[in-house]
Design a protein. Structure first.
Length: 246
């Protein structure tokens, strides 16, 4: 069928030609697809407002003979506008979108990861949660859902029950006997938080308590784990950190 309708959220947008816009849409049942909105940059265009980053809605897409689809219609359900009005939240959302794209790639349907991203966008926009908590929880939950789940129940090297360090390349915790050069120390509180996030129901990934010190430590581990597992450094993360410290 040349036309398809699906709920989706825009996770990236780029200028295209004279006044057009290419969207990366994370769509239900489709995965991340690219589609062009013609005339989207024109101020009086109806598509100008509905084709913005984080717009979530019903998309009517046309599949032609080329690689790009085209957008016939967008009916907005939520624009998550409080995120776009806060530079710190917006920079974090951009980073979360980048790691989602890198984890999943294009045209790989994964409605679970789509819901995880929507939950994170909703939390950033409407819940009073710490953005550090949202960041760390999403990073670890995305890795767990995307096929990069760390080994947290026992030593990733020998299987012993005790865990004193976390190794980014081996992808899990290590016992005291299996020390590695690139491993970092962990404590019981950090291990509990990681086990909770990785194993909890997706809707409850933020339903845990942690002070700023623990969130900073957790966030440092989860962001490094994402970078090592995906073998990529994200400029959007560097920008988010710059904004957070400004």
């Amino acid at each position: 069928m040349p036309s398809v309708s699906a709920k989706g959220i825009i996770i990236k947008q780029t200028a295209y030609g004279d006044g057009h816009r290419i969207l990366s849409i994370f769509a239900e049942g489709l995965g991340i697809v690219k589609a062009v909105v013609y005339g989207a940059v024109r101020s009086k265009s109806a598509a100008a407002a509905s084709s913005q980053f984080l717009c979530y809605g019903n998309f009517e897409l046309y599949r032609g003979t080329g690689r790009l689809m085209s957008v016939n219609r967008i009916d907005i359900i939520d624009g998550f506008y409080p995120v776009c009005e806060d530079i710190c939240k917006l920079s974090l959302a951009s980073y979360l979108a980048d790691i989602t794209y890198e984890t999943l790639g294009e045209n790989n349907a994964d409605d679970r990861i789509m819901r995880l991203f929507l939950n994170a966008a909703y939390a950033l926009a409407y819940r009073g949660e710490s953005i550090k908590k949202i960041k760390a929880a999403y990073e670890l939950k995305l890795m767990s859902a995307g096929g990069y789940a760390p080994v947290l129940g026992c030593c990733a090297e020998c299987g012993r029950a005790d865990a004193v360090k976390f190794d980014f390349e081996k992808g899990g915790v290590l016992c005291g006997e299996c020390r590695e050069r690139n491993a970092v120390k962990i404590n019981d509180a950090l291990l509990w938080a990681m086990r909770y996030i990785a194993g909890c129901d997706d809707k409850k990934m933020l339903a845990f308590s942690a002070n700023d010190e623990l969130l900073d430590y957790l966030g440092a581990i989860t962001e490094t784990y994402v970078s090592v597992q995906l073998d990529k450094r994200f400029a959007s993360l560097d920008y988010y950190k710059t904004i957070l410290l400004s």
